[in-house]
Design a protein around this ligand. Structure first.
Ligand SMILES: [Zn+2]
Length: 58
């Protein structure tokens, strides 16, 4: 759940470190595991601001 991720991150964006609130847009960032066999999908996702998500993709 998004709320669970949000709580795990203390409500902070994992890209810029600023708070993610109901007033900011957010996006789910998928982190591709670099080690084969690592299949825990929950640990491969972080919440970031929507604007930060665009930066991530480049
Ligand atoms: Zn951010």
């Amino acid at each position: 759940m998004l709320v669970h991720l949000w709580l795990q991150q203390n409500g902070n964006c994992q890209s810029c470190g600023d708070a993610i609130t109901s007033q900011t847009r957010w996006a789910l960032q998928n982190i591709v595991p670099r080690v084969l066999g690592e299949s825990d999908t929950n640990s491969n996702r972080v919440l970031v601001h929507e604007s930060c998500h665009e930066l991530f993709d480049t």
